[in-house]
Design a protein around this ligand. Structure first.
Ligand code: SAH
Ligand code: SF4
Ligand code: F3S
Length: 429
């Protein structure tokens, strides 16, 4: 039996799915009960200190379970494995194997040969060539098309944990998409730390951008919906904006992190774009697709962030109106340039985060309320907690609940919204 826990971003979920497929192919069975597992994989995240603390506390828990289950092997994979390598084993001897995000295809061999640590070499396409691709879900699949990042924002560990930017060839992505659609999948979510920097090669040897890739994927009949994340404002090209105007399979939702609404802070973050650059982009996109749902990420309490800087972030949010956004207090990370200064008081950070989140929740609530009594298309993806309850997503990516005694799983239906909260909609057919 194999037990896998995924921390952090969707790319880690994708990697966890691949590890699962790889071990199921080798005869393992998946379990949700860690006590039964012979192999436990913690697929970790290094993005903020809290994420890493969670991993070490879970390792402590697994250690206790291992005391009663001597056969169990513990693997730490993902971004903490890449960042800390052998140090993890020094700190926690109960860890048997450490493997980075570019090397986990070697895991079965590592286990066979009792090799303890493999990471740090960014082999890029080597991994993708050696993975197993099956569908874990009925309706919607993540698909990593791009990995790594060359942007080096001053707060961020990703360029160090995932390595330099790399794009997979177009054909490999098309082939993988078809494997999922053969299993009934209708929605493909293209993933990359910097997905709109995609520049993979096509068969003619030329490098192609994300808009081209999306148009190619949309030619596959069984693909009904395409999404992508995460985008960087500097890589939001005209071709991609046009694709939003012209491709009905490309969903009207865009996750475009800005991090701060203050130019001073953006400069210190090494984001290489201004607030105005972002606002111009928003105008362009709304011009061709007025109903597009915008989402973003924010960091509050970045070094030297003043009350004025924070006010500018709040004003910026009021201006743009996001349908959802993720926000965090700044966490200094080892190896990053910004780590040496963490001079915003902890309580002040918390207060700013609370204010920002309450504004975002208000916007979300208002947005979702505007759907009541309106019709919208929903792809129903899974069963809910109650009998006859199903959960799906609107074209704008809102979570939507329905009570129905019809067979509606994996169907795209035009439904009427009857009720809403800040995080979900209710509907009827
Ligand atoms: N590639 C994406 C983000 C990847 S990390 C981008 O370019 O925006 C996801 C989010 O975590 C970031 O958008 C940022 O808001 C947050 N984050 C990253 N490093 C952080 C840090 N050191 N402290 C707090 N939040 C951080
Ligand atoms: Fe990190 Fe910046 Fe790259 Fe996003 S663009 S992954 S925040 S370095
Ligand atoms: Fe975390 Fe690595 Fe993703 S640090 S956010 S798991 S790229």
């Amino acid at each position: 039996f194999i037990y896998i826990k995924s921390y952090g971003c969707q790319m880690n979920v994708y990697d966890s799915n691949r590890m699962k497929d790889m071990f199921l192919d080798k005869g393992y069975k998946l379990t949700n009960n860690i006590e039964k597992a012979n192999l436990t994989i913690l697929n970790t995240c290094h993005i903020r200190e809290k994420a890493v603390e969670k991993v070490y506390s879970d390792i402590g828990r697994v250690k206790k379970i291992k005391a009663n289950n001597k056969e169990m092997k513990l693997v730490v994979s993902g971004c903490v494995a890449q960042a800390e390598g052998i140090e993890i084993k020094k700190r926690s001897p109960s860890v048997d194997f450490v493997v980075g995000p570019q090397s986990y295809h070697q895991l079965p061999d590592m286990i066979k040969n009792s090799e303890k640590v493999v990471n740090s070499d960014f082999l890029q396409n080597e991994k993708f060539k050696n993975l197993v691709y099956k569908s874990s879900k009925l309706s919607s699949e993540f698909l990593s098309i791009q990995e790594g990042c060359d942007k080096f924002c001053s707060f961020c560990v990703v360029p160090y944990t995932r390595g330099p930017e790399f794009s997979r060839p177009v054909k490999d992505i098309i082939d993988e998409t078809k494997k999922y659609t053969e299993n009934g999948v209708k929605e493909i979510i293209l993933l990359g730390q910097n997905v709109n920097a995609y520049h993979g090669k096509s068969d003619d040897g030329k490098s192609k951008d994300l808009a081209y890739l999306i148009s190619k994927i949309s030619e596959i009949d069984h693909v009904k919906r395409i999404r992508y994340m995460t985008s960087h404002p500097r890589d939001m090209k005209e071709t991609l904006i046009n694709e939003h105007a012209n491709n009905p399979k490309l969903m009207p939702f865009l996750h475009l992190p800005i991090q701060s609404g203050s130019d001073e802070i953006l400069k210190k973050m090494n984001r290489k774009h201004t607030v105005d650059d972002y606002l111009i982009l928003v105008d362009k996109i709304r011009n061709v697709r007025p109903d597009i749902a915008l989402s973003s990420d924010f960091i509050v309490g970045f070094p030297d962030e003043t009350d004025k800087d924070f006010e500018n972030t709040m004003k910026f949010i009021e201006k743009v109106k996001f349908v959802i956004a993720y926000s965090f207090t700044y966490s200094p990370r080892p190896g990053t340039p910004a780590q040496y200064k963490d001079n915003v008081d902890h309580a002040e950070k918390k207060a700013r985060l609370a204010a920002l989140q309450s504004l975002l929740t208000e916007q979300q609530l208002e947005y979702n309320k505007s759907f009541i009594n309106k019709n919208v298309e929903v792809l129903f993806e899974k069963k809910g907690r109650y009998d006859n309850q199903y959960i799906g997503r609107t074209i704008y990516n809102q979570s939507t609940f329905i009570n129905s005694n019809k067979k509606i799983l994996n169907k795209i239906l035009n439904v009427k919204i009857t009720n809403s909260t800040n995080f979900a909609l209710e509907c009827q057919t």
